[in-house]
Design a binder for this molecule. Sequence first.
Ligand SMILES: N[C@@H](CCC(=O)N[C@@H](CS)C(=O)NCC(=O)O)C(=O)O
Length: 215
Amino acid sequence: MLTIYSTPESLYCAKLRILLRHKQAQWREIEPEGGCGSPDYRQLIPSGTMPALMDGGLVIADSEAISEYLNETIAEPAMLPVDPGARAKCRERSRFHDTRLEPEVRKLFPHVAPATRDSGIVSIQAETIGMRLQELSRLLAADEQLDLQILSLGDCGLPVCFAWIDAFTQVFGFELDWPDNLREYRRSIEAHTAVANELEAYAPGMQRWLESKAV
Ligand SMILES: N[C@@H](CCC(=O)N[C@@H](CS)C(=O)NCC(=O)O)C(=O)O
């Protein structure tokens, strides 16, 4: 059985769980000894980040590296298309999530609690996230081989990130323009059972975290 170092609330762990669910893999999750980034955990995982995978003697960190590995070792259902260009577009979308969208969403976490909120930073982040959504919309529109029936490696990070964007829209009261093709893309990936199940499992913890910060 696969072992994953994770926490329930981590976006990148949720990204990996979507893949594991879609592959119908057997896995168990454990939290790092001493917590994420602790010296003990870094003995095993030099970056100190989660998720990390242990498969027999093999230890891998980074959600992208783990996802690529699992897509190769659990062949069905394939989560990358056959055509090299279409594969590259899926990877481009995944990296857009990891390097362009999620880091901007993450910057809002420290501002959820009213006591530590900087409304100037919230405004800047609202604008930046809005720009990133437009960029993602254009990325999707330019992908001639995008097949919304298939859940790919490029899609696993986005659903939980979208859920946090919705939550922040409410918490901070800003509005975002979701282009039609992005709404349609979101609807399509959320219709996959693996995504729907992860979102359902993830939501209560997310809600608890938001409520704990609201006071
Ligand atoms: N690029 C990494 C990012 C993972 C990441 O930043 N994970 C967070 C939890 S969501 C983490 O481990 N933070 C603690 C740290 O950076 O020390 C991946 O895709 O796995």
